[in-house]
Design a protein around this ligand. Structure first.
Ligand code: SAH
Ligand code: SF4
Length: 358
């Protein structure tokens, strides 16, 4: 059963109605859950109307999502904090708070582990345990938002689904969670400020293209031919490049939106001038933006990031082909070591005391 935190506003109204409580009270309850970010059962909250309190105490009424901090660590640079959160079954996921100039971004997980098996990724190396429920995705954001409110009296502005797991492999719960997080009656994150990063889950991209919400889409490529990509991203065998790019073009056309492409740079494997030329050729004619991420070394992958000079040379070729291209430095590499995915946009140059977390 879905937790109270994982019910969209409409679901909450429906649940109240089913429990013979006037659905008008959904607003008060939603406000306490997602705007005031209250913890606990809420069943003793004397500001809630008595019928709601009675409903919350009833057997069979949805419970709060239980999520306990089991550790948190700030990066040495002070702009990233990683939270390890324990779910009700003991499984643990990571959420990350990142401070950028003028804004804070939460990076959330969508699954415990991941079934996609990308060879350089720490989560892929763990294998797949289970999908997260909508409430478990929402609860991560609530946790990070509470911490940020306490430390900085500030709120999250952006959400990136770049933590553990493949978000589009867990489509419906993800859509419910994002509906809740973008609800203006709750945390009120602008939909355009939500980025969904996918390994290239083809059916998921097709569904997202037809979904009414305008989230931004990032597709992880890492290789410009099936052969090269398949070595890093095994799921390429199932959803080959040509089909993936067709789905991206369709997404871009239906949504009238730019698609972001991530390319993890691995020295000697996909960082040559030739790779950069072939990547530009692949994306020619598309409304695309390329994000380069120098590899964050992980335990089971024998690879290293290219040096700064190679990264810049690669970026220059993409640029000169007419595509916007950003280098994302590995974010808080010291705290991120277990995750292998945490990165940032030139954080050392852009950092300022106001968004320092640690
Ligand atoms: N499953 C989704 C989202 C989570 S991974 C996806 O693959 O897109 C988020 C991003 O981190 C992806 O672009 C992924 O390729 C990248 N990534 C994973 N492990 C990495 C590592 N060790 N070094 C650098 N980037 C990594
Ligand atoms: Fe899964 Fe993304 Fe890691 Fe690939 S990179 S294993 S899709 S989390």
């Amino acid at each position: 059963m879905e937790s109270l935190d994982g019910l969209t506003f409409a679901d909450l109204e429906a649940e109240l109605s089913a429990g013979e409580v006037n659905p008008i009270h959904a607003k008060a309850l939603f406000n306490r859950l997602h705007r005031k970010l209250l913890t606990g059962t809420l069943a003793e909250d004397s500001d809630l109307p008595p019928p709601v309190l009675r409903w919350l105490k009833q057997e069979g009424a949805p419970n709060r999502c239980r999520i306990e901090p089991s550790a948190n660590r700030s990066s040495a640079d002070g702009y990233t904090r990683k939270y390890l959160l324990r779910l009700s079954d003991g499984a643990e996921v990571e959420s990350v708070l990142m401070g950028f100039p003028g804004r804070f971004t939460a990076c959330l997980s969508s699954q415990v582990g991941c079934a996609m098996g990308c060879v350089f990724c720490a989560t892929g190396q763990m294998g797949f345990s289970r999908h997260l429920k909508a409430g478990e995705i929402v609860a991560q954001a609530q946790h990070v938002a509470r911490a940020l409110r306490e430390s900085h009296s500030d709120s999250i502005r952006n959400i990136v689904m770049m933590g553990m797991g493949e978000p589009l492999h867990n489509f419906e719960p993800l859509m419910d969670a994002l509906e809740i997080l973008t609800d203006t009656r709750g945390l009120n994150i602008g939909p355009a400020r939500v980025a969904i990063s996918t390994v290239g889950h083809l059916p998921g991209i097709q569904k997202l293209a037809r979904h009414p919400a305008q989230y931004s889409l990032a597709v992880s490529l890492h290789g410009a031919s099936d052969e090269e990509r398949g070595k890093l991203v095994p799921i390429n065998q199932r959803w080959p490049l040509a089909d993936l790019l067709d789905a991206c073009r369709e997404y871009s056309a239906l949504k009238r939106a730019r698609v972001f492409f991530a390319w993890t740079l691995i020295a000697g494997q996909n960082d040559s001038d030739d790779h950069a030329h072939r990547l530009s050729a692949l994306l020619r004619g598309m409304d695309a933006h390329v994000n380069l991420i120098p590899l964050n070394p992980t335990e089971d992958f024998f690879g290293r990031p290219p040096d700064e000079f190679r990264v810049r040379a690669f970026q220059k070729i993409i640029f000169e082909s007419g595509l916007p291209c950003t280098v994302r430095q590995r974010r808080g590499i010291d705290v991120a070591a277990g995750c292998g995915q945490l990165k940032s946009e030139r954080i050392y140059r852009n950092g300022s005391p106001s968004n320092k977390i640690g």
